[in-house]
Design a protein around this ligand. Structure first.
Ligand SMILES: *Cc1c(COP(=O)(O)O)cnc(C)c1O
Length: 810
């Protein structure tokens, strides 16, 4: 349809007239965006249908990736890239008087995720499609994404993110594939043909409507599907609702609320009824859709696990386990044993956290009321499971109660997920070891063969080729283009790490990205930042364990030093932050306020203006990350060791040539194995040391406060009027969390080591050649973190799926 610039221009002009009735001279950037979206959809429509046809004909096994979050980011640029027409479209548009970047800015960034977990799901979809693996995303089409963050007087303010306001060109509503999901009611048992039958009566019925988004395989004609479900009321409610119209409207409203918004909780479990409803809605709708596809193959039901791998991204979709049991027993006449066999062979689970406050535990009464049949099944599973355990561990009540699915009145979703699946994976080597040795030790001892590691990854197409096209071109100029299909080949860049010409180009590219970011900061915040200063970036969700606080305390200390000695010899620094805090997380919001207060003080002080600046960019999102990360010199990955399961931000920065200052946590450990001490700035306690202190209770933050004057000074500044409390407001809650609540995240303990790591950074940056060499080595080794590799490991190690080989796209 368009494979040269000329026929693209013709097609574009024609489409503009046909769809919008406009000549080129009147088209806006928003029009350009919409028309390009429509043209891409038309272009891939046939491939999309073909992929599904061929999947069916080949009876190929598919993975169904269930996730409550898909943080997919803007689609236009990536789709053009996957189709291999990005450059010709850019050039063609330019000749017509348009700028592709401006058109891309018109796309709203779907905020259908909180952070890393949702972004991982999106990178996985990209890698599945790129490798022609049959993979289907199952999620919810939230009408409101994660809130939009504004900073007002230094405080976070949340606004609704109505991302669908201007429609969504990428989705197709598949009304014909809607399914029914049932809530509430009572279970009625009847005996027929010598067995018990279970039926739900008096339930509330709602429709789940699928909206399909194409996931375009880069460089092939493979197109997978991301299916997002939307809740819609049934036209005639099955329950007559006392015949009142107003009751009916209330029912209407309550149904629509099921896919209304994404819960903005991150690393903190909140047992909200609506959230449980959302989880079941996703699981039930997704499974019904899987079974519908499976039925077309006309195979016996016990073959389901040979055709469908059902993967759950964290425990949020764990209800697929009892829901599949329900469908198999109540609708497909399987016995308990048959249903259990099938379910256990179909489901696999990824664990994302060791933070106990994040583990899902639903009150039994809540589940019983909302999902009575599901509750019965969970109880039965628990009963059978505990009976088995009793046989295996007679008398070991302690162990059995640790493993039980239901404990007290709580349903432990992680236990349910492990008991009901064939594979449990952690997301980085260290994380998986911690699961096996500590968090899930009892389960590991029971089912050692189920546990495995799959270190996270990131799409090098989005995070390098799309976010940093100049760097991608430089890599290709140096080592050829094979790395695009085989990202590990980036290792060939090692040869160029000391090449002056390569280094000069790398420097120019980084500087260009920094200039572009500086312009963005100037336009939004009216702060001018020096592109020759070190751009030191911490961008991720705001959470105590990620320790933005450690970064702020260090900045306060640096500023104090500059005030004591204005001529101190420091390499100019720009500290950049971006982070959303959960709306109910008071401490995190107080830290945002502190960052902004320090920023105000520092940026207004003309005596430090060419040494130090602090910038907080509001509303962290995929599109902001794509601007920020390519401009970073230093990547802050400073979580308390043992707390960050993997991190993926760390990998994005590395791939864009930033040097990491970090703890040995999550995937930083694997980065360090490749890079060594020379190419990374490590500091702080190790995970085992953190564990030892936690066990012995020997650590006291007061001790550090008393002996380290730098620490005392910055801590006191949090609560005393002075430099950082210009209006007398204080940061009492932060002060308390560190000194009175035992500094759970070892901020003060790691302070000295962190300050020292920053001194090393300061010195290293002065040697420009050596810095560029380190940067090049970071890029060279980052290919290992492409999610293409991660997905290959999931495909062969867990899912047993194979690429569906199609023709290359012409
Ligand atoms: C990658 C990414 C994250 C995860 O960052 P971490 O540093 O791994 O926590 C969060 N939000 C967005 C928008 C991202 O792109």
């Amino acid at each position: 349809m368009f494979d040269t610039k000329e026929n693209f221009k013709e097609a574009f002009k024609k489409e503009l007239v046909m769809q919008l009735g406009k000549p080129v001279s009147q088209a806006t950037d928003a029009d350009v965006y919409r028309i390009l979206g429509m043209m891409i959809r038309e272009r891939i429509g046939e491939d999309w249908a073909n992929t599904n046809q061929r999947l069916k004909a080949a009876k190929a096994k598919q993975v169904y990736y269930f996730s409550m979050e898909f943080l997919i980011g803007r689609q236009l640029g990536n789709n053009l890239l996957s189709l291999g027409v990005l450059e010709l479209v850019r050039d063609g548009l330019q000749e017509l008087g348009f700028d592709l970047d401006s058109a891309e800015e018109e796309e709203s960034d779907p905020g259908l995720g909180n952070g890393g977990l949702g972004r991982l799901a999106a990178c996985f979809l990209d890698s599945l499609a790129a490798q022609q693996l049959p993979g289907h995303g199952c999620g919810i089409r939230y009408r409101y994404g994660l809130f939009e963050q504004k900073i007002v007087d230094g405080h976070q303010v949340e606004l609704p993110d109505y991302w669908l306001q201007r429609g969504n060109v990428w989705e197709v509503c598949r009304e014909d594939k809607k399914v029914e999901v049932r809530f509430g009611g009572e279970v009625q048992m009847t005996e027929r043909d010598g067995r018990l039958h279970f039926e739900l009566a008096g339930y509330e019925s709602i429709w789940a409507i699928p909206y399909d988004i194409p996931v375009i395989g880069s460089g092939s004609s493979h197109v997978n599907t991301l299916r997002l479900w939307s809740a819609r009321p049934a036209k005639t409610p099955i329950k007559p609702n006392n015949g009142s119209y107003y009751n009916y409207l209330n029912y209407y409203r309550s149904v629509e609320s099921v896919s209304e918004f994404l819960y903005p909780d991150d690393s903190e479990f909140e047992g909200k009824l609506l959230r449980l409803k959302q989880q079941y809605f996703l699981c039930s709708a997704g499974l019904q859709s899987i079974l519908r596809t499976f039925d077309k193959l006309e195979l016996p039901i016990e073959c389901l696990p040979d055709k469908a791998a059902i993967h759950i991204n964290d425990t949020h979709p764990t209800l697929v386990i009892p829901e599949l049991m329900r469908i198999l027993m109540d609708e497909r006449s399987c016995s308990w044993e048959e249903a259990w066999q099938i379910t256990r062979r179909a489901v696999s689970y990824t664990n994302h956290t060791t933070l106990s406050e994040a583990l899902e535990k639903w009150p039994g009464v809540m589940v019983k009321q909302l999902l009575p049949r599901i509750y019965m099944i969970i109880e039965e599973m628990n009963k059978r499971f505990c009976a088995e355990l009793l046989e295996r561990y007679p008398g070991d009540q302690n162990r059995i109660s640790q493993l039980a699915i239901v404990y007290g009145d709580q349903i432990r979703m992680a236990n349910l997920a492990i008991a009901g699946s064939y594979s449990v994976n952690g997301v980085a080597a260290l994380h998986t070891e911690i699961l096996k040795k500590r968090e899930m030790k009892a389960f590991y001892e029971l089912y050692p063969e189920r546990f495995n590691n799959k270190t996270n990854g990131i799409s090098h197409r989005r995070w390098l080729m799309h976010a940093n096209p100049a760097l991608a071109r430089l890599i290709t100029e140096a080592i050829g283009s094979r790395w695009i299909r085989q990202p590990r080949e980036m290792i060939g860049l090692i040869k160029y790490a000391e090449d002056r010409g390569f280094q000069d180009n790398l420097h120019e590219i980084k500087r260009g990205n920094k200039l572009r970011l500086a312009k963005y900061v100037r336009e939004r915040l009216h702060i001018s930042i020096d592109p020759d200063s070190i751009f030191d970036v911490q961008a991720k969700r705001l959470h105590a364990y990620k320790r933005q606080l450690l970064n702020v305390l260090h900045m306060m200390h640096l500023y104090n030093q500059l005030k004591d000695n204005p001529s101190a010899d420091i390499t100019p620094r720009t500290f950049l932050f971006s982070a959303k805090a959960a709306p109910g997380y008071y401490l995190a919001k107080n830290i945002i306020k502190l960052i902004n207060t320090v920023a105000d003080t520092v940026n207004r002080d003309r005596t430090v203006r060419d040494k130090m600046k602090v910038v907080f960019l509001e509303n962290y999102s995929v599109s902001l990350a794509e601007k920020l990360i390519p401009a970073a010199d230093v990547s802050e990955q400073i979580s308390t060791a043992g707390k960050e399961a993997s991190g993926t931000g760390n990998m994005k920065f590395m791939m864009n040539g930033a040097l990491t200052v970090g703890t040995l946590d999550g995937a930083n450990v694997e980065m360090h194995e490749m890079l060594g001490d020379d190419n990374m700035f490590l500091f702080g306690l190790r995970a085992e040391q953190v564990m030892e202190y936690n066990q012995s209770g020997e650590y006291s933050p007061w001790h550090i406060y008393d002996v380290d004057l730098r620490v005392k000074e910055v801590m006191d500044q949090l609560i005393q009027p002075g430099r950082f409390c210009p209006e007398g407001q204080d940061f009492e809650s932060i002060y308390q969390s560190v000194l009175h609540h035992q500094d759970e995240f070892f901020v003060l303990k790691d302070f000295a080591s962190y300050v020292e790591a920053h001194l090393r950074i300061d010195l290293a940056y002065r040697n420009a050649r050596d810095w560029l060499k380190k940067s090049a080595l970071n890029i060279a080794h980052s290919g290992k973190f492409s999610s293409d590799h991660t997905i290959k490991q999931y495909a062969t190690g867990i899912w047993q799926i194979e690429p569906l080989i199609l023709q290359r796209r012409k």
